[in-house]
Write a protein of this length. Structure first.
Length: 265
């Protein structure tokens, strides 16, 4: 009789054992998933509020920023002290060369790397303590398509410079931890720097939505976009899968924020 009385208890125990992994799986999935944003603020952008609002709306776990000036730093620190308690800034003598990282997770280390010959702006290598372990991010702002004041000439002469920049940075990467390279590449998806990283196991994350950069000017009394390109990119190594990758049509920079959801394999 005592054995019979134990049967209901054993049944309950089995239910708990079967259900427990299922109940825990969302937490495990969440710990392996994060959102990343990369955004060139435009050092000469006069409307800081709209751009700060765009960062807030993206609500990424980690935000990589380019063209960060001392004024931008002050406003970023004031606006995002609570949302992003971990922040690092590198203000550059050339206003467009400033870099920053805003993170919800602790930043273990951060260092700035000077560009090789022909490059204009530095890169920042950051190690973040993500929920799934250490994460390496390279925040880049490669040479613009500008040569002697000419964009047309620069379109043809600067691609080898960008390849030289990314090659120099890649040789200093720590190869044994998950890695993301993101920022303003100043080249489309078929550019030489993208191709170099692709040959070394990185994958460009394709995005939906508008282009990441657009040039506007006044025409017939209206402000119109006359040139639009995808030149801001997120590249991931084999440790990640990407989803919900899109460009936000927000902010007042000539660039738009790119937001990607990444899951650790």
């Amino acid at each position: 009789m005592s054995d019979v009385r134990l049967l209901p208890l054993l049944a309950v125990a089995l239910v708990v054992l079967v259900a427990a992994p299922s109940a825990a799986s969302p937490a495990r999935a969440s710990a392996r998933t994060m959102r990343l944003m990369t955004y060139n603020l435009n050092f000469g952008n006069p409307d800081h509020t709209a751009t700060l609002d765009a960062i807030a709306a993206g609500d990424a776990d980690i935000v990589l920023l380019q063209e960060v000036t001392a004024d931008w730093r002050h406003q970023l620190e004031e606006r995002f002290a609570a949302q992003y308690p971990h922040q690092k800034y590198r203000i550059h003598a050339r206003a467009a060369g400033g870099l920053a990282v805003l993170s919800k997770h602790p930043i273990r280390s951060e260092e700035v790397w000077s560009p090789p010959r022909g490059g204009w702006f530095p890169a920042s290598r950051v190690i973040v303590e993500a929920p799934f372990g250490p994460l390496q991010l390279l925040n880049v702002h490669l040479r613009p398509c500008l040569d002697g004041g000419s964009w047309i000439k620069g379109w043809h002469t600067t691609p080898p410079i960008r390849k030289r920049e990314i090659e120099a940075y890649w040789k200093r990467i720590q190869y044994d931890i998950p890695t993301i390279v993101a920022g303003d590449f100043n080249e489309p998806a078929d550019g030489k720097a993208i191709a170099y990283l692709s040959k070394h196991g990185m994958t460009r994350v394709a995005t939906s939505g508008p282009t990441t950069w657009h040039y506007e000017t006044w025409m017939q009394g209206e402000r119109k976009s006359v040139l639009a390109l995808d030149i801001d990119h997120v590249m991931i190594d084999g440790h990640f899968t990407a989803s919900d990758a899109h460009v936000l049509d927000a902010g007042s920079s000539d660039h738009r924020p790119v937001v990607v959801t990444l899951t650790r394999r």
